[in-house]
Design a protein around this ligand. Structure first.
Ligand code: HAX
Length: 439
């Protein structure tokens, strides 16, 4: 058994015992109540799942196992000469709750390289789709197609004991994460670079090899960007749509492949991960209409109001939980200020940031007028030459695997049950509200 797996088993077994005892002794403790506003309002704030890998505070933003993004940038191991953290380190941290050593992270980079081979049939499945199929659909279908290689599903069919679910899930998670950069880069090169592909460089780390296979080699900084990007998009506690979908699907004992594919279908919606493509599309459309690459704040304000008047949202702004600018936005701004502060497109994003919050506040209904993670990412990618925005959500998806698959390992190790919350009919709502009691 490898050292990471052994550490995970030790920690998760201990927590399983602790949680079981807690459930037995304190299972009836009331931890919240549910208002009609929440039933009709997308279950905001309803506490209903255990999720170990990260936690989200509305003001402070995300913490991964207690560490903020600036702390991760400082504490996680880095590639030689690079200031950004290696995402391998974050996966280690999320899985076992400890900042890994340089040596442990190098081991993980190599381990994922060893497991990188994508089954031949997955390429056939991708190739069977029309090239103009949205990259997120190609990605989701490719992931689901690898279910046939699931260790969990095979062992389950052969009568695996439930105490061994965690082990098979760990193997699936490691294989799946290892293969994702190859699949994503294959889709990118297939659709946007005449099906001409770039072979992996096994001497690189996970994110740098991904950058290399995408074929964006012009600037070394793009590798640094990918390391940061794949770190900060990895997890956002368990209630967000992609993580929650993956958790829900996984709770049926579907394999990691099907669970993560489900999460990706959820990420592909414009109110969630697809917002990263929508932001840059919106900016490009604005620049086209205004016939400038350097709009004034007054011009931007007018365009924002026009978007709202057309009954559309301003992509990249607002959040279901956050009530401050997203630290993931800030991390990207810090990166851009350091590496590419004069880039025209980045300047536009910063001007939009100066304009949008006040206009959204003026609407009087938007709970969070501040930028989220998706408001910044596209502009940096455009600067480095990746202008094909329909691909952006796939990048997000590759990163999100780290969080949702680490979390799935935990769910399996803790023996979490099938998820099955309660729905109600409008009839029930009307009756309950008029009686003033919850039946
Ligand atoms: N532009 C215009 N109106 C907005 C808005 C925005 N950016 N954000 C919220 N609102 C509106 C809502 O549409 C809602 O209007 P109605 O009452 O007329 O339906 C009202 O303000 C209240 O919404 P809220 O409570 O503030 O926000 P929600 O929790 O319901 O929704 C969303 C959160 C992220 C979906 C929302 O802010 C939004 O649509 N933002 C734009 C899309 C976006 O950037 N999504 C990415 C979010 C982060 C993420 O998951 N990244 O992957």
């Amino acid at each position: 058994m490898d050292a990471l797996k052994e550490k995970f088993h030790k920690k998760s077994s201990a927590l399983k015992t602790e949680m079981r005892a807690l459930l037995k002794a304190k299972g009836d403790t009331v931890v919240g109540d549910v208002k009609l506003r929440q039933v009709l309002g997308g279950a905001r704030g309803v506490k209903m799942m255990l999720y170990e890998t990260s936690a989200l505070d509305p003001i402070e933003g995300i913490r991964f196992r207690g560490y903020s993004i600036p702390q991760l940038r400082e504490l996680l191991p880095k590639a030689p000469g690079c200031k950004e953290p290696l995402p391998e380190g974050l996966f280690w941290l999320m899985l076992v709750g400890e900042i890994p050593t340089e040596k442990e992270v190098r081991w993980l980079s190599k381990e994922w390289m060893k497991r990188m081979k994508v089954p031949a049939h997955t390429y056939n499945v991708i190739n069977a789709l029309p090239e103009n199929t949205h990259p997120m659909v190609q990605f989701s279908v490719a992931i689901a197609s690898m279910e046939s290689t699931s260790v969990f599903s095979k062992n389950y069919a052969n009568g695996m004991h439930k105490n061994d679910y965690w082990d098979a899930t760990y193997e699936d998670a490691m294989n799946l994460i290892a293969r994702l950069p190859k699949i994503a880069a294959y889709i990118y090169r297939r659709v946007f670079h005449d099906d001409v592909h770039v072979a992996a460089d096994k001497s690189l780390d996970w994110a740098a090899n991904f950058a290399h296979m995408l074929g964006i080699n012009g600037e070394a900084d793009f590798k640094s960007l990918m390391r940061l990007y794949l770190t900060i998009h990895a997890d956002h506690e368990g209630g967000n749509a992609s993580a929650h979908t993956a958790h829900l699907v996984g709770s049926t004992l579907s394999s990691a492949y099907l669970s993560y594919a489900g999460g990706m279908n959820s990420l592909a919606g414009p109110l969630h991960g697809l917002a990263n493509q929508e932001v840059i599309k919106w900016i490009f459309e604005m620049l086209k209409e205004l016939k400038t690459k350097n709009p004034t704040k007054a011009q931007i304000a007018k365009y924002v109001k026009k978007t709202l008047k057309a009954g559309k949202v301003i992509p990249g702004y607002g959040h279901a939980v956050l009530r401050q600018p997203d630290p993931r936005f800030t991390a990207q701004r810090v990166f851009a200020e350091e590496y590419i502060k004069d880039a025209e497109i980045v300047q536009v994003v910063w001007k939009v940031f100066d304009v949008v919050p006040d206009i959204l506040k003026g609407l009087g209904k938007v709970k969070n007028p501040w930028p989220n993670v998706d408001a910044h990412s596209g502009a940096i990618l455009v600067h480095y030459g990746m202008k094909q925005y329909p691909f952006y959500t796939v990048l997000f998806g590759v990163s999100r695997a780290l969080g949702v698959l680490a979390a799935l390992c935990w769910s399996r190790a803790l023996g979490m049950p099938l998820e099955r919350p309660k729905s109600v009919t409008s009839e029930w709502v009307k009756k309950t509200v008029s009686n003033g009691v919850i039946a």
